[in-house]
Design a protein around this ligand. Structure first.
Ligand code: 13P
Length: 246
C-alpha cells in the first residue's frame, strides 16, 4: 500500500494542529486504500495522537534520539514517541543532515534504535545539485543507503526510504517523474542486492515540491510508492488532494 506522509517541519502550534487535524479528518473518509501519515513537531504530537486515535491516519515524528534516556538536553527518545502514539519516525532528513550536521554514522545509530524499539523509520536520502551536475547522483544515494543500513541490511522490510533530491526541496523546482523513477529503480535494485530475501519490500517514496498539480503524474509510475510532502501538507485541503491524487 502506498504511504502518503506529511512532514510539517517547524510549523504549527498546538491549537493550529487541533484545527488542522479536525479539518483533515473530515476530508479523508475512506483512507483504506492508502496509508496516511502526519508528522507534526514534537510539541504537537500528544494532541495530534489523541485526535487521530481510531481514524486510521497515522502519527509520526520528524526526528528521534537513539538512546532510550539520559543526559541529552533537548532530545526526544523513541519510547517517548511511542507513548504519544507515533508509529513512524523520519530519519536523516536532508535538513537534519545539512543544517544540524547529522552524518551517516549517526543516522545508522538512529535506524538501529528504531528497529530495536519497534518504530518504523523513513530513511531520507538525496543528492545535492552539485552532485547531480557532476553525474554523482547514483553514487551519492548508494553511499548514503549503504552507510545508513550498515549492519541492519536484513531488516530493510521494516523501513521505508524517501528519495528527496535536495535541490527539489522547498524550491518549487521539481524532479521529473522520470528522474524520480530512475533513482527509485536504482534504490530497489540496491536493496535487493543488500537483502536478497526481502529487499524488494521496502517502499520508496518521493519528496520535493510535491503539489496537487504534479502528484498525479508521479503516481502514474508504480515505482513511486508514496510521497513525503513538506510545504503542500500544511493546508488540510491541499494535503487531502495529494492523498487522493491516485
Ligand atoms: P517540500 O514539499 O516543501 O519541497 O519539502 C519536501 C520535504 O522535505 C519533505 O520531507
Amino acid at each position: 500500500m502506498r504511504l502518503i506522509a506529511a512532514n510539517w517541519k517547524m510549523h504549527k502550534t498546538v491549537s493550529e494542529t487541533e484545527e488542522y487535524i479536525r479539518a483533515f479528518l473530515r476530508l479523508v473518509e475512506h483512507p483504506e486504500s492508502r496509508e496516511i501519515l502526519i508528522c507534526p513537531p514534537f510539541t504537537s504530537l500528544y494532541v495530534a495522537g489523541k485526535l487521530l486515535e481510531g481514524s486510521g491516519v497515522k502519527l509520526g515524528a520528524q526526528n528521534c534520539h537513539h538512546e532510550e534516556k539520559g543526559a541529552f538536553t533537548g532530545e526526544v527518545s523513541i519510547p517517548m514517541l511511542k507513548e504519544v502514539g507515533c508509529e513512524y519516525v523520519i530519519v536523516g532528513h536532508s535538513e537534519r543532515r545539512h543544517l544540524f550536521c547529522e552524518d551517516d554514522e549517526l543516522i545508522n545509530r538512529k535506524l538501529v534504535a528504531c528497529l530495536e524499539e519497534g518504530i518504523r523509520p523513513i530513511l531520507c536520502v538525496g543528492e545535492k545539485l552539485e552532485d547531480r551536475e557532476a553525474g554523482m547522483t547514483f553514487k551519492v544515494i548508494e553511499t548514503q543507503i549503504k552507510l545508513a543500513l550498515s549492519g541492519i541490511e536484513k531488516y530493510t522490510d521494516s523501513l521505508d526510504i524517501a528519495y528527496e533530491p535536495v535541490w527539489a526541496i522547498g524550491t518549487g523546482v521539481l524532479a521529473t517523474p522520470e528522474d524520480a523513477v530512475s533513482v527509485h529503480r536504482f534504490i530497489k535494485e540496491l536493496l535487493k542486492k543488500l537483502n536478497p530475501e526481502n529487499g524488494g519490500k521496502t517502499r520508496i517514496l518521493y519528496g520535493g515540491s510535491v503539489k496537487p498539480t504534479n502528484a498525479g503524474e508521479f503516481m502514474k509510475h508504480s515505482e513511486v510508492e508514496g510521497f513525503l510532502v513538506g510545504g503542500a501538507s500544511l493546508e488540510p485541503e491541499t494535503f487531502a488532494k495529494i492523498v487522493y491524487s491516485f
